[in-house]
Write a protein that binds this ligand. Structure first.
Ligand SMILES: Cc1cc2nc3c(=O)[nH]c(=O)nc-3n(C[C@H](O)[C@H](O)[C@H](O)COP(=O)(O)OP(=O)(O)OC[C@H]3O[C@@H](n4cnc5c(N)ncnc54)[C@H](O)[C@@H]3O)c2cc1C
Length: 384
C-alpha cells in the first residue's frame, strides 16, 4: 500500500476551509433547486473534481492527492454539516466506496482506466449490491454473470443505487456460481456505455432528493474476464473487507450533520422569543442542547478514534458497526429534538431543520441497517 501524503494540522484546516468556501459559493445558492429537480447537474461533479474534492486519498499515480482518509472524509463531513445530505451520499459512494474498491482490489489496468476520471469528476462511480429481493441478505442476490467463452454475460436488476442516473462505472455484485452461496459472488467493474445496460427510474424518496437513487437493468451485458474486480468468487469476502470504510464515512457524516443541526438550532433559539424571553433561556432548551452536545462530543471522539484506526489499517468491522449504529441513531435523535425547538417553523420546508429531519432517516437503513449493525456487534459480544 502506498504511504499517504502526511499533512500538518494547518494544512488540514486550510483544506477544510477551502471545502467550506466552495460549498458556500457553488452549492448553497442552488441546493434547494436541485432538491426540487431531484438530481444534481452533471457539472457539479466536474467542478468538485477541478477543485480537488473528489477521491482525495487516491494516490498521485492515478491523478489523486494521495492524502489520508482523514483528509478525504472532510468533503463528506462538510457537505453533511451544511445539511447537503443528498450530495454527501453521492460523494460518499463515489469517493469513499467505489474508488477504494477499485484502488484496493483492481488490476493496474482497472485502476488506470477508472481512477483518474473519478478524481476529475469525468467518471461518476456507483456500487450495485442491492436488488428488489436482496438487501440485508446480499447472498440471495439474483443478478448473474454467466461465462460465455472468455467473457461473461450479465443479466439482472439492481435497485436503490445511489448515482444511478449519472454513473459511468458500476462496481457490480453478481452471482458467478449460484450454487456456491457467498463463494459464488463476484464483483465486476461495469462500463455503463455497454450495450444491454439500462437505467431505470430515478426513484422518488422522502429525502435526499438530489441524490439520484435508481433502478438499474442488465440484459446480456458482455464484459471481459479482465473486468472482474478482486477475483472470481471473492466478491462477498471483498465486500466484507471494504464495508468498514463505508460505515465509517456514514458515521463521520452523521456526526458532522449533528454538529450542523446543533449550530443552526442554537442560533434559532437565541433569536426566538416566547413569554418575553429568548427560547434559549428555558431550562428545557438548555438541558436538551447540553444533552445533545454531550452525546455528539462522545460520538465525535469515537469516530476520530475509528478514523485513526482506518488510516493505520486497524479498523475492525465491529468498531465500524459501533460507529455507524451510534452516530446514525444519534442523528435521528438530534434531528427530532432540534426540530422540536423550532416549534411550528421546524415543520416548514423553508426551515432547513425540516430537511435535516427527513434526510436523517435513511442513515439508519443504508450501508447496513441498525439491526444488522447490532447483529455484527452481538456476534463479537457473544463470541458467535
Ligand atoms: C436512499 C438509498 C440509497 C441506497 N444506496 C445504495 C447503493 O448505492 N448501492 C446499494 O447496493 N444499495 C443501496 N441502498 C440499499 C440499502 O443498502 C438497503 O436498503 C439496505 O441494506 C436494507 O436492505 P432492504 O432495503 O432490502 O431491507 P431488508 O433487508 O428487507 O430489511 C427489512 C427489515 O428487516 C430487518 N432485518 C433484515 N435482516 C435482519 C436480521 N438478520 N436481523 C434483524 N433484522 C433484520 C432490517 O434491519 C429492516 O428493518 C440504498 C438504499 C436507499 C434507501
Amino acid at each position: 500500500m502506498t504511504q499517504a501524503v502526511q499533512l500538518d494540522q494547518a494544512e488540514i484546516d486550510l483544506f477544510r476551509d477551502n471545502v467550506r468556501k466552495f460549498f458556500e459559493k457553488e452549492i448553497a445558492p442552488h441546493y434547494v433547486q436541485w432538491e426540487k429537480e431531484e438530481i444534481l447537474p452533471r457539472e457539479v461533479w466536474t467542478k468538485l473534481g477541478e477543485n480537488g474534492f473528489l477521491c482525495v486519498d487516491v494516490p498521485e499515480e492515478y491523478g489523486g492527492f494521495g492524502a489520508s482518509f482523514r483528509l478525504s472524509a472532510i468533503v463528506v463531513e462538510e457537505a453533511s454539516r451544511f445539511g447537503f445530505s443528498g450530495l454527501a451520499s453521492n460523494l460518499s459512494v463515489h469517493s469513499d466506496i467505489v474508488a477504494p474498491y477499485i484502488l484496493h482490489l483492481g488490476t493496474e489496468e482497472q485502476k488506470q482506466r477508472w481512477l483518474p476520471g473519478m478524481v476529475t469528476g469525468e467518471v461518476v462511480g456507483a456500487i450495485g449490491m442491492t436488488e428488489p429481493g436482496a438487501g440485508s441478505d446480499l447472498q440471495s442476490m439474483k443478478t448473474r454473470a454467466d461465462k460465455d467463452g472468455s467473457d461473461y454475460l450479465i443479466n439482472g436488476q439492481k435497485t436503490f443505487i445511489t448515482n444511478g442516473q449519472h454513473c459511468d462505472v458500476i462496481v457490480l455484485a453478481c452471482k458467478t456460481d449460484p450454487a456456491a452461496g457467498a463463494k459464488g459472488i463476484t464483483l465486476f467493474t461495469v462500463d455503463t456505455a455497454l450495450p444491454g445496460f439500462a437505467r431505470g427510474r430515478n426513484l422518488e424518496k422522502m429525502g435526499h432528493h438530489c441524490a439520484d437513487t435508481s433502478e438499474l437493468f442488465f440484459e446480456n451485458v458482455r464484459v471481459g474476464a479482465d473486468q472482474i474486480l478482486g477475483g472470481e468468487g471473492r466478491g462477498f469476502a471483498n465486500l466484507m473487507d471494504e464495508l468498514p470504510r463505508e460505515r465509517l464515512i456514514l458515521a463521520l457524516g452523521a456526526v458532522a450533520a449533528c454538529e450542523g443541526m446543533l449550530e443552526r438550532t442554537v442560533e434559532y433559539v437565541k433569536e426566538r422569543k416566547a413569554f418575553g424571553v429568548s427560547v434559549s433561556q428555558f431550562q428545557n432548551t438548555r438541558f436538551k442542547l447540553a444533552e445533545l452536545q454531550a452525546q455528539i462530543a462522545v460520538n465525535r471522539a469515537f469516530t476520530t478514534q475509528c478514523t485513526n484506526e482506518y488510516d493505520e489499517g486497524k479498523l475492525t468491522a465491529v468498531n465500524a458497526s459501533v460507529a455507524k449504529l451510534t452516530t446514525t441513531e444519534l442523528q435521528g435523535k438530534v434531528a427530532d429534538e432540534c426540530l422540536q425547538l423550532f416549534g411550528g417553523y421546524g415543520y416548514m420546508q423553508e426551515y432547513q431543520i425540516s430537511r435535516d429531519y427527513v434526510d436523517a432517516r435513511i442513515q439508519r437503513i443504508y450501508g447496513g441497517t441498525s439491526e444488522i449493525m447490532k447483529e455484527i456487534i452481538a456476534r463479537s459480544v457473544l463470541g458467535k
